[in-house]
Design a protein around this ligand. Sequence first.
Ligand code: CP3
Length: 342
Amino acid sequence: MLQNNLLIQAAMGQPTSRTPVWLMRQAGRILKEYRQVREKAGSFINLVKNPELAAEVTIQPVDILGVDAAIIFSDILVIPEAMGLPYEMEERKGPVFPSVIQSKSDVENLRIAEAHDLHYVLDAIRITKKELNNRVPLIGFAGAPFTLLAYMVEGGGSKTFSKAKKLLYTHPEIAHALLEKITQSTINYLKGQVEAGANLVQVFDSWAGILSPEQYQEFSLAYIEKICKAIPEVPKTVFAKGAFFARERMNSLSCQVVGLDWNMDIEESKKMLSNKVLQGNLDPCALYGSYDAVKKETINMLNQFGKHTHIANLGHGLYPDTDPDKVRCFIDTVKEYSVTLH
Ligand code: CP3
């Protein structure tokens, strides 16, 4: 049994003594302790592929920041790699794919990944579970099929992802074939994560916001729903950055938790997503403020969620130049203040 089970209880809609709190991108980015381990591994990708070291950086924020959950240290881009499309991580630039998907035959040449192909992530989960020793739950994750398609077609980050969007407009059948292969791979992978010990899984749809509402339903939500339905064993969180226009539809997804970004009005979201536990949604930039400002913003957020079952988090991942003490201030404020709402 987990000693601190607040996250899972909240995700299941059960009453808790206070609001659980964790942060997207809590592993890595802001901690000097992370940078030391990364140095030892030699590169980001080496670190992702080293289960002992990946487990170590997964647990760091639990020990150093006091969050209520760990999230396995990995990346969403391990799936394209396991399908036969490797990536590189360039310093300050982000991910780059030396080859990209352009045609029907490119999609046909991809494999459907099996859980075993990602044995290094599954080993990292097993080691993390053992070392956490049931202190807090462990979150597994994957990228949403559309967000992975965006990187696989574009070849890296982009402001517009216009190459990826061009595929949807000009060759929707190729896009669907690719999305289907990514979806099957992701299902195999997440099932493996759950078997290895993940207590909840989160699907990151980081580029949801670039699609129209109709496209979002057709090219993204339909595949997310398939994934959610295929993983009945654990609670699931869907975080679709920028998909404010899809909130009503997301209320009927087969997931328990929906993540909100900071553009999504909380009162409005509570009404549109009345079936869902809500996660989020403080602007990561709010953590640049003074301690008093961080406290005030955090309390304001907690008051707006009020009695709606809530998992406190940011509206997107932590930025690398955030002061860990401000992060601790956010976490401690949630822990102290949220008691008054329960
Ligand atoms: O949340 C966590 O702490 C767990 C680890 C995690 C990483 N990436 C580690 C990472 C998670 C959950 C991700 C997900 C991820 N990766 C997403 C979805 C979430 C989001 O932010 O929208 C996306 C879009 C990616 C792709 C990716 N990986 C990009 C664009 C970059 C470069 C820019 C950056 O730093 O985010 C990465 C690299 C990456 N992934 C780093 C880390 C700690 C930085 C690499 C380093 O150590 O320098």
